[in-house]
Design a protein around this ligand. Structure first.
Ligand SMILES: Cc1ncc(COP(=O)(O)O)c(C=O)c1O
Length: 409
């Protein structure tokens, strides 16, 4: 069964707007359920946690419920494996800091040229400790990260490989399970940036056996908040970032120094409630997790329709170069589509598009090293259309007709 688009769009009050939002990889619209949860938390439970009185106990339960829901989102084996924080950038910086004592001078960490800087910079920082940083290059003809190239970089000194599940510029889905096994077989850990993946496909950290996996909830239909999965055996090894008297065993609070954002953690649970509702509409009667997985199948179906509509348009034009996989129905792609237009400035294209009330974006999207390696940065990077399941065929048709006007002028 396909998505009920009226139901879907009704869950996002921000869509009742004259704009068509196609900058979703920058930030998605928030679910009404999340906003309602924030209000409910503030009006009913806004006290300090840890008190003996019942409102404080209720606040603690709400916070725990948020973590349980997000554990379902990741398919983590227990809620304590989920660490909340303000952004993926901060969580990955926390992670490298809390791992630093596990590295010795001469150890190696591999990062990719295709990542957002959030999953490169925190590891490059380890150079201060004498760690050697190597870059996993991309095949510039196919835009692919290849295991042969990784193999050449890995040695018995390699401790960690950090890579993105999906590049926020290329939109290509890397095979996390295969890469993780490859890295584990060679004795190293993985840290995966899933920010550009999580809004589009079901996450399954147990199936993939990843060690660390980060995503931003505000791009996944929730509030400005983020979550990092740390597999329990690895979480136990991390140094605590909280007060000295909270030891290494204070899990996961040792990775959440200070008071956490209880209201946003609780509110984020509504992302899972929404996916469960979509799964039920599709006829799934199993567990909440099974419903979520079914929902993502319908989400994929809708996104592929939109993606292929945009990509087939770009393929037909001889002045456009798609940066990434060109087939919108490819199972290796999410609808985050970057391209250049011969002789046209990406900034000017976006400024012209604003007049049509269609929100898109240009630039390097903080994948600066990728943009540099493709020699795009000096020309304002690329234009990026980042769609998601709540976009409609009608919106995409409006976009393509606007492109016809803008690119012919
Ligand atoms: C792939 C990717 N990783 C990381 C980030 C950073 O996320 P946050 O804003 O939560 O730090 C972004 C944001 O655009 C992203 O697209």
């Amino acid at each position: 069964m396909s998505l009920d688009m009226n139901f879907v769009r009704d869950q996002f009050p921000g869509l009742k707007n004259e704009w068509a939002f196609m900058d979703n990889a920058g930030g998605a619209q928030i679910l009404k359920g999340c906003v309602d949860n924030i209000t409910e938390y503030y009006y009913s439970n806004n006290v300090q946690l840890g008190g003996s009185y019942d409102v404080s106990q209720a606040a603690l339960r709400s916070y725990a419920q948020g973590r349980e829901n997000i554990a379902t989102f990741f398919n983590a084996s227990m809620p304590e494996e989920i660490v909340f924080g303000p952004s993926s950038t901060v969580l990955l910086q926390f992670l490298s800091k809390s791992m630093a004592s596990q590295f010795s001078a001469g150890d190696e960490v591999i990062v990719t040229i295709t990542d957002h800087e959030s999953n490169i910079g925190p590891w490059v920082w380890l150079e201060e400790k004498g760690v050697i940083i190597k870059f996993w290059p991309m095949n510039k003809e196919t835009y692919e990260l290849e295991l042969d190239a990784l193999d050449k970089l890995m040695t018995d000194k390699t401790k960690l490989v950090a890579f993105a599940h999906v590049s926020n510029l290329l939109g290509t889905i890397n095979n996390v399970k295969e890469i993780t096994k490859f890295v584990h077989d060679r004795g190293a850990l993985v840290c995966v940036d899933a920010v550009a993946y999580a809004p589009h496909r079901a996450v399954d950290v147990q199936d993939w056996d990843v060690d660390f996996y980060a995503l931003s909830l505000y791009k996944t239909y929730g509030p400005h908040h983020a979550a990092l999965y740390c597999r329990m055996d690895q979480l136990k090894e991390l140094d605590g970032l909280y007060h000295y008297f909270y030891g290494k065993d204070k899990i996961p609070a040792k990775m959440e120094p200070g008071n956490a954002n209880y209201e946003l953690s609780y509110a984020s649970g509504a992302i899972v409630d929404y996916l469960v509702a979509l799964g039920e509409q599709a006829g799934e009667t199993g567990s909440r997790r099974a419903k979520l997985e079914t929902a993502f199948k319908d989400i994929t179906e809708q996104e592929n329709i939109l993606s292929e509509k945009v990509l087939s348009y770009l393929r037909k034009r001889n002045d456009c170069t798609i940066i990434g996989i060109t087939d919108g129905n490819s199972p290796r792609r999410v609808p985050t589509i970057a391209f250049t237009v011969k002789g046209k400035d990406p900034e000017q294209i976006c400024l012209a598009m604003d007049k049509y009330k269609i929100a898109i974006r240009f630039g390097d999207f903080h994948a600066r090293r990728l943009s540099d390696s493709l020699d795009l940065t000096k020309d304002n990077g690329t234009v990026r259309i980042s769609l998601t399941h709540y976009n409609t065929v009608g919106e995409v048709e409006k976009l393509l007709s606007a492109f016809d006007d803008i690119l012919s002028s």
